[in-house]
Ligand binder design. Structure first.
Ligand SMILES: [Zn+2]
Length: 139
């Protein structure tokens, strides 16, 4: 199991852009259709924008038509944590980074095979590392 990255609110504000802070630390959602990873297909790994934790492989990314980058499964089951979210009068499953507890998006049970899951992510919560670039965990 990986070590957790725990920073104060002030440290997160210094480290993240206002957009990243809003999504990762305040559970915000970027406007649909605006994210930098919409429609991208470059091979590689998507890591947490807050802490560098590897989260998704490019091969599991698919076009969901929702306006947010979507994946069928995380890079490993323990890369993320699932949290029940009852905000806005809906019952959803929130997805957080297992290392820094940053909010990434939600997972829905209407995805394509093989998992049938749709990880609906905020682009701003992710960073893309090209194939062959090793992830570096931020301390
Ligand atoms: Zn993280």
């Amino acid at each position: 199991m990986q070590t957790r990255l725990i920073l104060s609110d002030e440290e997160w504000r210094k480290r993240l852009t206002p957009e990243q802070y809003h999504v990762l630390r305040e559970h915000g959602t970027e406007r649909p259709g605006t994210g930098c990873f919409l429609g991208t297909q470059e091979p590689g790994t998507y890591v947490c924008a807050g802490c560098g934790n590897p989260l998704f492989r490019s091969g599991t990314k698919f076009e969901s038509g929702t306006g947010w980058p979507s994946f069928t499964e995380p890079i490993s089951p323990d890369a993320i944590v699932r949290v029940r979210d009852t905000s806005y009068g809906m019952i959803r499953t929130e997805v957080r980074c297992a290392r820094c507890d940053g909010h990434l998006g939600h997972v829905f049970p209407d995805g394509p095979p093989p998992t049938g899951e749709r990880f609906c992510m905020n682009s701003v919560a992710l960073k893309h590392l090209p194939e062959g670039v090793a992830p570096t965990l931020l301390q």
